[in-house]
Design a protein. Structure first.
Length: 179
């Protein structure tokens, strides 16, 4: 299957919202669910923030959305990023953070996540970034394997990013240097 990667436009936000809902539904009850729910996170507001910054990428299969990834210069994935996680401090020059890498359940295990990570790296390189970082919940083994396969290495385990009240106590901070 051939996928195209495109920067999302405002008209694409409903596609992102639909994708997030499908992914949340598929994660419900799974032990590696990082707390994603239709009623909570991720939201269309998150997608809109990434899109407004020009950093929401969509993987498309014709007119169907197969996946998405958001990028920001701030470590927090929330729409209001005024308070970055204490473990990483304020956003640093030359770094972008990956947020909400989502692959529609109908397109999993078809390379969509890898394509999105590669596109995110290329976009960051073009913008002069030296590295990409991300936080991944320590119990999300499928995501950790995917990030390691894409060249990310763990910088810190046991990072507290303020989500313990949701049962998400510890995260790994991962990074990939861009060449």
């Amino acid at each position: 299957m051939k996928f195209t990667i495109q920067a999302a436009a405002p008209k694409d936000l409903p596609l992102a919202a639909s994708l997030y809902g499908a992914v949340c539904d598929s994660l419900a009850g799974k032990p590696y669910n990082p707390g994603w729910t239709r009623e909570g996170f991720p939201t269309v507001e998150n997608a809109e923030k990434y899109q407004q910054e020009g950093l929401l990428l969509l993987a498309m299969d014709g007119s169907a959305v197969a996946g998405s990834v958001g990028l920001t210069p701030n470590p927090s994935a929330e729409a209001d990023e005024s308070q970055p996680p204490a473990s990483d401090g304020p956003a640093q020059d030359g770094l972008w953070y990956i947020h909400v890498l989502a692959v529609h359940p109908d397109y999993q295990r078809q390379g969509v996540g890898s394509l999105l990570l590669a596109a995110a790296g290329e976009r960051a390189r073009q913008a002069g970034m030296r590295a990409l970082r991300l936080y991944v919940w320590e119990h999300n083994a499928p995501a950790i394997r995917a990030y390691e396969k894409a060249g990310f290495a763990c910088l810190q385990k046991d990072a507290d990013i303020g989500l313990a009240e949701f049962g998400l106590e510890r995260f790994w901070l991962m990074e990939k240097f861009l060449s």
